[in-house]
Design a protein around this ligand. Structure first.
Ligand SMILES: CC(C)(COP(=O)(O)OP(=O)(O)OC[C@H]1O[C@@H](n2cnc3c(N)ncnc32)[C@H](O)[C@@H]1OP(=O)(O)O)[C@@H](O)C(=O)NCCC(=O)NCCS
Length: 151
């Protein structure tokens, strides 16, 4: 038998993100808490990372302005999550690279996110810059805005 260990990245529906979104980002909260405002908009993109046909990573890209970093073409990254057993193996970085490629093809020049404090080193490694100071998101914890100009 041949065992494949290659990560495959593709665009998926919002609901297909839930098996990773829920345990990693909404642990002990109902499945309804996995739905984000804007999930089903035509401009929204959902990325799935698959390993041997099982989903191991997800991220969502929403067309949204940031209140301080102004760019008409801006997108926001939300719902970035890698399953516990696959964290630290490069899957997150692959998703970010894939997201940036897709957005650049669309002419998007700014990608930003409300980064969990614990994820700041990851986004920094991916080339993102902090903006402003730490703020609290209810039921989730401390965050900071991070961004990258795409070109
Ligand atoms: C944060 C998260 C998305 C990162 O994805 P990942 O697949 O684990 O990260 P990668 O393996 O692709 O790491 C890419 C780089 O960032 C570094 N990195 C990742 N997490 C890090 C951490 N907590 N501290 C320091 N460096 C870190 C890696 O060492 C790697 O560096 P390298 O390129 O020099 O090898 C993932 O760990 C996760 O889902 N965490 C829980 C949910 C979460 O916090 N989501 C973000 C919400 S804003």
């Amino acid at each position: 038998m041949i065992t494949e260990n290659k990560i495959c990245l593709k665009l998926i529906s919002a609901k297909k993100t839930y098996p990773v979104r829920q345990p990693i980002l909404r642990a002990n909260r109902p499945i309804s808490s996995c739905k984000f405002t804007g999930d089903d908009l035509e401009t929204t993109l959902h990325i799935g990372a698959y390993l041997n046909s099982g989903i191991v990573g997800v991220a969502t890209l929403l067309q949204a302005q940031n209140s301080t970093i102004l760019d008409a073409s801006a997108y926001q990254l939300r719902g970035m999550a890698i399953s516990d057993e696959q964290q630290g193996k490069g899957v997150g970085k692959k998703i970010i690279t894939y997201a940036e490629t897709i957005l650049k093809e669309k002419g998007v020049l700014l990608l930003w996110m409300n980064a969990r404090e614990s994820a700041i080193p990851f986004y920094t490694k991916c080339g993102y810059t902090k903006d402003g100071s730490i703020f609290d998101i209810d039921k989730v914890g401390p965050h900071i805005v991070m961004f990258k100009k795409l070109n």
